[in-house]
Structure formats: C-alpha cells, structure tokens
Ligand binder design. Structure first.
Ligand code: NAD
Length: 329
C-alpha cells in the first residue's frame, strides 16, 4: 500500500489495535486515523501524530464519520476479553455485531477499497475441541456451526456478513481468525485478561509477595496455542494486502502447550516454583485448541513463528514493570 493510503484502525486503544498503529507508523504511513470508545488516557499506546477519535462505534453515525474519506478499514473494535469475560457476558459480546454491521454498511456506502475484520478461533465448532490432544483446527472446521456461545456466534455471523458484502456488493473484505494473542501493552488484570497475561500476573504477584502459590483455572491439562503480538500484526497486514486470501483464514501459532506447560515457562522466566491449586469450577473454555496453518502457509508462504518462550519473556518483563511501577506510585 502507498504510504499515503488513508487507514482507519477501529479499536486502536486496545491491545492489537495499538500495536497495529505503532507498526503502521514505523513503516512510514502518514494518514492514520485511530478510533476507540475509551478515553485517550486509557489507550494502551496513544500516538499524537495520528488522528485520534473517541467514539462509540456501536452508533451508525459514528461509523459513517470515521469511515468517510478513508481508503481502508481495520476493524479490531469489540467488547471482549478472556474466558472469564466472554463466558459471563454473552449479550455484551453479541452487541459487537452493531460495530461490525454499521462499519460494513458505512464502508460500502462511502466507497472504502478494503475492509479487515478480526474474527476468532472461538468460531470453531465445540465438538472438534473436546480433548486436550485435539487435531489442529482447519478453516472448514467452523461448519457445521457450533461456536462458542455468545462471542463465537457473533464472530461467525460477522464473518458471514463480510462474505456477503463481498459477494453481493463487491466490497473487498479480509477476515483473520485470530488464535490467542499475547504480548506487552495489553490487559493483565481486571477480569478481561487472557491466560498468558493472567499467568504472568499471578507468578509475579507470588514472587513479589513471597506467597509461593498459584491458582490455575481448570485442571491444567487443557491445551492451547498462543501467538505473539508481532506475528499477529504482521499477519494481519499480510492478509489485508493479499489478493489470494479471500475467505476467513487462521492466524495463530501452531505451538501447542498445556496450561501447565505455560505455567512452567513463566515459572522458569521468574526463577521460582509455585504450589499449584486447580480451580475446576472457573471458566476454562474448550479442552483443546490449536491452529492448523496449512492454508496460510500455502497462500502467504508464511506463518506465525515466534517461540512461546521468547514471546513470554518479553510479556513477563512488561507486566513485571507495570506491576512494580504501579506499586511504587
Ligand atoms: P481489546 O479489548 O484490547 O481491544 C478492543 C478495543 O475495542 C478496546 O480498546 C475497546 O475499548 C474497543 N471498543 C469496544 N467497543 C467499542 C465501541 N463500541 N466503539 C469503539 N471502540 C470499541 O482486544 P484485542 O485483544 O486488541 O482484540 C482486537 C480484536 O481481535 C477484537 O475484535 C477481538 O475480538 C479479536 N480477537 C482477539 C484475540 C486475542 O487473543 N487478543 C483473539 C481472537 C480475536
């Protein structure tokens, strides 16, 4: 894309949106509009040199005003969080359909050339994720549909809307199914955090307090793959710019670990061993999930490759700095 391309990033005050704006600036893009519902003071990575707007994208008028005059739209705005949030806030998750609907309608009406939608591995059918030793999920495994209740249904519906806006109206859309993304400058407490950040926070808390115990949600045997933020941001742009990725595609790591192994990694980084307590009643999601990267390798000759140990080290350091500086303040 030309460096003068007019790009709007929706959800720019959030984790992935903030990293995307940072990366676009690093590459020399000069016409970036960043939009989020949160006040600018709460954005993870605010940048003075972009057009920052605080707007509620569930409103039709707001969507029209941010899309007006723009060439491309990255839609990363959603009311979401980790399992602890999405299992207990299904209606709020589903209301993100308003953001996706109004943005798509505005993009079509105002002649946007490309539209990116951040979907999720939560669209995949639950019956394909019932064991820790699952087969990695291929794109066709989303159907017959039985996604995560609430959040997953909304993502699957919005994917479908993108597809039909392309087929019926000619709007070029790109959809990535993100598998767990982690890294610095994201949520690590408050209830919306995901497993990698939550484990870092708990291990750091134990290290700082001297109480060498940790609570783990579930039995620790559930499996996942975790994608480092730099891979997510690069993959997002590759998918957006591709002329061959025309259907929803996995964007995730294929390095599968159990939650116990994730805790092992963080303990090793922290240099401590903790007594583990398993909370079986906590929200824990599916038993096993991994990303099959055959399609992305075939179409883009690329896949996320940052080793979990490397990404977790950077994430741990950032959360440690946040927690210790917050303590001093
Ligand atoms: P995030 O919560 O950090 O960022 C989302 C941002 O959207 C937030 O800053 C929030 O304030 C904003 N937002 C919510 N409602 C809004 C509204 N009505 N108007 C304007 N802004 C609004 O989440 P993230 O991790 O950066 O995720 C970005 C996208 O990627 C989301 O669509 C999410 O569903 C998807 N996704 C993320 C992951 C992951 O592991 N982080 C995995 C799968 C899919």
């Amino acid at each position: 894309m030309d460096k003068k391309t007019k790009i709007v990033v929706c959800g720019a005050g959030g984790f992935i949106g903030g990293h995307l704006v940072a990366d676009l600036l690093r590459q020399g893009y000069t016409n970036i509009r960043a939009v989020d519902l949160k006040p600018a003071a709460d954005w993870y990575q605010p940048f003075d040199q972009v057009d920052n707007l605080e707007l509620d994208l569930q409103e039709k008028e707001a969507c029209e005003s941010v899309v007006a005059g723009q060439d491309v739209v990255y839609n990363l705005a959603a009311d979401m969080g980790g399992m602890g949030f999405i299992e207990l806030n299904k209606a709020l998750c589903m209301l993100s359909v308003l953001i996706n609907t109004h943005l798509l309608v505005a993009a079509r009406k105002l002649g946007v050339s490309r539209f990116f939608f951040a979907s999720s591995a939560c669209v995949y059918a639950a019956d394909k994720q019932t064991r820790p030793d699952v087969s990695a999920l291929r794109e066709e495994d989303a159907y017959p549909a039985m996604p995560e209740d609430g959040y997953g249904w909304e993502k699957l519906f919005s994917e479908r809307m993108c597809r039909h806006f392309t087929e019926d109206f000619g709007l070029v859309t790109r959809v990535a199914r993100y598998h767990n993304v982690y890294g610095p400058h994201g949520t690590y407490d408050g209830g919306r955090e995901k497993a990698p950040a939550a484990v870092c926070r708990k291990v750091i808390g134990a290290k700082l307090s001297g109480n060498h115990e940790i609570e783990i949600w579930g039995d620790g045997h559930q499996t996942r793959s975790f994608q480092y933020i730099d891979d997510c941001v690069l993959g997002t742009q590759k998918i957006m710019e591709s002329d061959v990725v025309t259907m929803p595609i996995n964007l995730g790591s294929s390095e599968m670990v159990t939650i116990n192994q994730l805790v092992d990694i963080v303990e090793e980084i922290a240099g401590i061993k903790l007594e583990r307590h398993y909370k079986l009643s906590a929200p824990k999601g599916v038993k096993g999930r991994n990303s099959d990267n055959t399609l992305i390798q075939k179409l883009l000759r690329w896949e996320p490759s940052t080793p979990l140990r490397v990404g977790m080290e950077k994430t741990y350091r950032w959360i440690y700095d946040q927690m210790t500086s917050a303590k001093c303040a």
